[in-house]
Design a protein around this ligand. Structure first.
Ligand code: KE4
Length: 425
């Protein structure tokens, strides 16, 4: 049978790039098959190298909340590029983006722009350690904060023994400074602080988990983290790389009424270009070089192209009705899919917060990693491919989030629901 263009490209890519991809989850190993090589996107649709069209619910894993090739973003990029792509020197646009973010999130007095969510989280943890003089951090099993060594860690044997590396190349000594607690389980956090009363610099958390699939915070969970960290003199870091400007302009911290000490951002604030950021109270941020002793740097941090795309995106999001539209379209989708799954008697539950969602192949509820791990992963993979064949591109992993953009239409949603009907036939 004639190879598709994507198959040929994938074979070629695997000669030069590990796994043929520049980020593992794109390889489709979680769902099987050959990943379509995407040729272009416009609005809520993408086209692959063979000309197949898809309704896109990945949106580049979250950044494209406006949809693909939004005119405001493209125009801003053209204008910026014509004036030069990077100077390694201060430019006015990075001040504009920083000011915009600070104005949107009251917990952030000052912010440092970097090039990825990984950099943002890595730097925020270093800053928390510098501020507290403590070495240990707490993360949650199932949450992901980028690939810095100390964050590629799973729970140790005992409840609160040292973390164990989840990746080759991470020294035990690095992993040992990371304690792994259970999401939505405050007692596991209390245990960690009891075990290391003066030793924990920070708790880093996805305020809405997206990296085990979407798992909302249980009532009181985030408030509990705020209380416990305050009691123990540790910082609370909200990793809002996904939720920042996704759930609302003020992010999850506005939605849930929590004031973290530090916030990390990414994805949407770059509008599809590489931007990450970390920020927080002035007294903490003033520790960051060149002001203070905590070092962090980056050649392309705050470059004119990336901040132009980010600023254009954030400005578009200020239009009246933006978040109401995202919410209503996402509800239309998940309610429609739930009706189909229920009618087909597929054991499933859909978790949604705002315009981020995951359909779990699990009768639910799914409120913890343990429940996530009970999912029918092969069933998800079959559904994923059924949807792909019907022109719908979902996240190629059961343990990831899907996203609605402002470009999605009611017709997109209705076609998606029809595709699910066909995929489950
Ligand atoms: P990046 O370094 O990939 O820009 O950001 C890391 C990161 C940090 N925090 C959260 C909450 C994140 O979700 C991420 C990255 N998310 C993954 C998908 N869930 C990116 C996709 C990929 O790894 O290719």
């Amino acid at each position: 049978m004639q190879q598709t263009k994507s198959e040929k490209l994938f074979a070629k890519a695997q000669k030069y790039i590990p796994g043929g991809v520049n980020s593992p989850v794109r390889s489709f190993r979680a769902v099987g098959g050959t990943p379509p090589f995407i040729a272009r996107g416009s609005g809520s649709h993408i086209w692959d190298a063979d000309g197949n069209e898809y309704i896109d619910y990945l949106g580049s894993w979250g950044p494209l909340v406006l949809g693909h090739a939004h005119p405001a973003v493209v125009d801003a990029l053209i204008k910026a590029a014509e004036a030069g792509t990077s100077f390694g020197a201060p430019v006015a646009q990075e001040v504009d983006l920083a000011r915009f973010i600070c104005a949107s999130m009251p917990s952030i007095d000052m912010i440092r722009l970097v090039n990825s969510g990984t950099e943002a989280c890595m730097s925020a943890i270093r800053l928390a350690r510098a501020h507290t003089g403590r070495d240990k951090i707490i993360k949650f099993a199932g949450c992901y904060h980028g690939h810095a060594d100390g964050l590629l860690v799973k729970a140790g044997s005992g409840a609160m023994t040292h973390g164990i590396p989840t990746s080759a190349g991470v020294p035990e000594s690095y992993a040992s400074e990371t304690l792994v607690a259970d999401y939505n389980d405050l007692s596991s956090v209390e245990e960690a602080f009891a075990a290391f009363p003066e030793g924990i610099a920070a708790v880093i958390v996805e305020p809405v988990a997206g990296n085990m699939g979407v798992v909302p915070p249980a009532p009181g969970f985030l408030q509990g983290l705020r209380r416990i960290t305050q009691e123990h003199g540790a910082l609370l870091i909200f990793d809002e790389v996904i939720t920042g400007f996704r759930l609302e302009a003020g992010g999850a911290q506005a939605r849930f009424g929590i004031t973290p000490d530090l916030t990390t951002l990414g994805k949407i604030i770059g509008g599809g270009l590489p931007v990450g950021a970390y920020g927080g109270r002035r007294e903490i941020m003033e520790l960051v070089a060149p002001l203070g002793p905590m070092y962090q740097a980056g050649t392309l941090s705050g470059n004119p192209l990336a901040v132009a795309a980010g600023l254009a995106t954030l400005q578009e999001l200020t239009r009246p009705g933006t978040y109401e539209k995202l919410e209503s379209m996402a509800a239309r989708l998940t309610e429609g899919l739930t009706e189909v799954f229920d009618r087909k008697e597929v054991p499933s539950t859909i978790n949604r917060v705002g315009s981020m969602f995951t359909g779990f192949f699990n009768h639910g509820p799914v409120a913890s990693l343990a429940q996530v791990e009970q999912c029918d992963v092969p069933g998800h993979a079959r559904f994923f491919h059924g949807m792909l064949e019907n022109g719908v591109y979902l996240a190629p992993s059961q343990f990831e989030a899907g996203f609605i953009s402002l470009a999605h239409t009611e017709e997109d949603i209705d076609r998606t629901i029809a595709a699910a009907e066909a995929a489950l036939a």
